[in-house]
Design a protein around this ligand. Sequence first.
Ligand code: KG4
Ligand code: ZN
Length: 349
Amino acid sequence: MKILGLETSCDETAAAIVENGVNILSNVVSSSQEIHTKTGGIIPEKAAREQLKSILAVIDLALSEADLEISQIDALAVTVGPGLIGSLLVGVETAKTLSFIYQKPIIPVVHHLAHVYANWLEKPTLVAFPALVLTVAGGHTNLFLMEAHGVFKLLGETRDDAAGEAFDKTARLLKLPYPGGPSIAEKAQVYLNKNKKKLNLFPRPMIGEDNFDFSFSGLKTAVLKEVKEKTLKKADQQKLAAEVQEAIVDSLTQRTLKAIEIYSPKSFLLAGGAAANKRLRDRLRQKLKEANLAIELRIPAVKFCTDNAGFVASYAFFNLEKMSWREINATPNSEEAIARYANHGRKIS
Ligand code: KG4
Ligand code: ZN
């Protein structure tokens, strides 16, 4: 089954064709990130306009790279939410129009659940359930126990900022360019190459608490205190970037290990844009190796971690919930998107 996936929830305009949920025939991503770097963050109106400019060209390219006509596609999949309303509308209305014209079913896709399917885009494709899933992105940070396809039990989530958001906001305070994750990682690496000192300047909230939640807003305040009334030199930026990264990586790793200890999953899956972070990837690998547990660790290639339509099409294959275009609408709110489009006979508790 060949699914054409569309992803337009934020500042990436993406189209991909994936066969049977795992075999990528094409995966095209156009990003308006450069524009947002100039303004220091995303202006939703601008992101939506860029989506409109790119969507048809991106779909066209995805079809031609896969050497397919749209008539040869079995179904469409589109991110319905959560995300920015203007951006979401572009993908959703395009999918609805294509569905109407070419008489193809649409599978609505919930963005942060779909991120997890980056793990199916690489071989080997069999994932042993239950799987513990850590999703770290710009808009969401969740720990799920995934019991089967589409069955996500929510163990913990962020109480305030998402992990990616914490990178973005602290980078701004450190006068580093948007998006903050890669900027912080780059500066931190320069520091880490030269220094082996322990990094413990910033708080690791929630660690030690009897739950699996995260909190990152205190980090922002702590960084602000450090940089207030200070002229930041390059060396300060590098050290503080390393401290920020370490605080985020420590928090994520500690909660993950605790969940693994309690739930004994058969696999661990990492997902979301901040999963591109090398320090986080290395730390999880190292800790799981040290723990010597019978658990399969899956960390997708960086290009599948950040927003793309490959995981949208893969999610759609494993969670086939075809709907008429008449029933599908852009749904920016996370709870609403789950309730409307991810709960059909499945369990998200
Ligand atoms: O998943 P994603 O592309 O979009 C959402 O669904 O939110 O994630 C974007 C987030 C941004 O906050 C960005 O700063 C972060 O992922 N990110 C990183 C890295 N690359 C992207 N965070 C830390 N280290 C990275 N290398
Ligand atoms: Zn995303």
